[in-house]
Design a protein around this ligand. Structure first.
Ligand code: FE
Ligand code: FE
Ligand code: ZN
Ligand code: FE
Length: 169
């Protein structure tokens, strides 16, 4: 698609996020399975449920624009998830793997936060206030998910990764 106007850019970036969210939908169950800590597994499962709603929000926005959400691959998300997959293939101590999963997941959250922040601002500039509000809602969820991962890392997981011998759920 040719990008000439801010509207074109807005649609292009929404498509990028739509594809990224679908990649995340596939990755989160695997990350939940790979995690050892029950709270981390739960955090991934909770975010999977949120991600489904985020996809629905994007679909509503596309519907209103009368544009198909398909047609773009988010190469950055492919790369981020590929790195996560590589980590899961390592033979790491469970607590270290949990720390690695958090590090990978936080990269994903930050990428999403950057993307949603931009499209939220574009929506506002273009006068799509309803869309801007929905995108802000998703942005807030990504921020909360990121914060939850920080809390889990700082409260238990990182300290267990430092002394793996004592690690157990
Ligand atoms: Fe998301
Ligand atoms: Fe992207
Ligand atoms: Zn997320
Ligand atoms: Fe997310």
């Amino acid at each position: 698609m040719a990008i000439a106007t801010l509207h074109d850019l807005y649609v292009d970036e929404l498509k990028d996020l739509y594809n990224a969210e679908h990649q995340i939908l596939k990755a989160l169950p695997k990350m939940a399975k790979a995690a050892s800590h029950a709270e981390l597994t739960q955090a991934f499962k909770d975010h999977l449920a949120e991600t489904k709603v985020q996809v629905e929000r994007l679909e509503k926005i596309f519907k209103k624009l009368d544009v198909s959400p398909k047609g773009k691959t988010c190469k950055a998300m492919e790369g981020l998830l590929e790195e996560g997959k590589d980590l899961m293939a390592e033979d790491a101590d469970p607590a270290v793997l949990d720390a690695a999963l958090i590090a990978a997941a936080q990269r994903v959250e930050h990428y999403e936060m950057a993307g949603y922040g931009c499209v939220r601002t574009f929506a506002r500039l273009l006068g799509y206030d309803e869309a801007a509000d929905m995108l802000q809602e998703t942005l807030d969820e990504e921020g909360t998910a990121d914060k939850k991962l920080t809390d889990l890392a700082e409260s238990v997981i990182n300290s267990e990764a430092v002394s793996p011998d004592t690690s157990s759920n």
